[in-house]
Write a protein that binds this ligand. Structure first.
Ligand SMILES: [Zn+2]
Ligand SMILES: [Zn+2]
Length: 153
């Protein structure tokens, strides 16, 4: 079988592949349900057309992976993350309340207006993402457990 073009090693491609290797995090809920989401989704980092945005710190960043990873480790960000916990009662839907008008869905990595929240968690796209997050937790735990970081809910 021919080697797919993308698999052929080339210095430049290899480099960008490493940069794009975004780590995942595993979240264990109180009822022991485990979910895997990307680290960016967990940290509320959204990618806009030409920047990253942190929904908790309300910060815009250049599209710089290194800077973005550093941002996740800043005390300000860690504090903000703690101040917007996943709300009890929504359980595995992993939503955080940003303010009275806006919520953040960790599963879908999007912000949702308060008026749309209950509809959002019943949409097929949210349910599908949720299903994938749970499936990944089962599969990843066996295969890629070293890529996973346990994080608090
Ligand atoms: Zn932040
Ligand atoms: Zn969602």
């Amino acid at each position: 079988m021919a080697v797919p073009v993308l698999r052929q090693p080339k210095l430049k491609q290899e480099k960008s592949k490493i940069v794009m290797d975004i780590p995942n995090v595993i979240i264990t809920l109180k009822d022991k349900t485990r979910l895997v989401v990307s680290s960016d989704a967990y940290h509320g980092i959204l990618m806009a057309s030409n920047m990253y945005k942190c929904v908790f710190c309300r910060t815009d960043m250049d599209l710089d992976m290194v800077y973005k990873e550093q941002h996740k480790n800043t005390n300000t960000h860690k504090e903000n993350l703690k101040n917007y916990p996943h709300i009890d009662g929504y359980d595995e839907n992993l939503v955080r309340k940003l303010n009275k008008d806006m919520w953040y869905c960790t599963i879908c990595q999007i912000t949702v207006a308060t008026s749309c929240l209950s509809r959002h968690i019943n949409t097929s796209s949210h349910c599908e993402e949720l299903r994938k997050a749970i499936v990944k937790a089962t599969a990843y735990h066996k295969i890629h457990s070293t890529h996973l970081v346990e994080v608090p809910t």
